[in-house]
Design a binder for this molecule. Sequence first.
Ligand code: FES
Length: 118
Amino acid sequence: MACKRVKESLVISLYIERKQKMKVKKSPYTCQVLVCTKCRDKKNKSYSQGDIEEIKKRLKKGVKKNGWKGQVRLSSTGCMGICGDGPNVMLYPQDIWFSRVTIDDIDTILDRVKKELR
Ligand code: FES
C-alpha cells in the first residue's frame, strides 16, 4: 500500500515538474528539402566534404532566388536509409527522393519544388 502511494506521488511530481506540454501543429512549410550530409562514397569519404556542400549551397540559393522563403525549408539531415545511392535529397512531405545527386541536378530539383508549390 505504501509502495503504491509512493509511486502515485512520484507520478504526480513528474507531471507537475513537466510544465510545458508537447505541442502539435501543422508545419508552416509546404515543402522541406532534406539533404543527407552523412552519405559516404565507396572510399568511405563523406560527400559532405565534396559536392553535397555545394549542392546544399546552390539549393539554398535557388530557394532564396525564387522567393520561397517561408514556404520551403532546406535542412541537412542524417541517414535516410538509402546510403548506397548518395548523395540523397528528399522533398517532404511529398516523399520525392533524388539519389546520386550532382550539381548538374540542382535545376531539376528546384523545378520539382516549384511544381509542388503550385
Ligand atoms: S547516410 Fe545518407 S542516406 Fe544513409
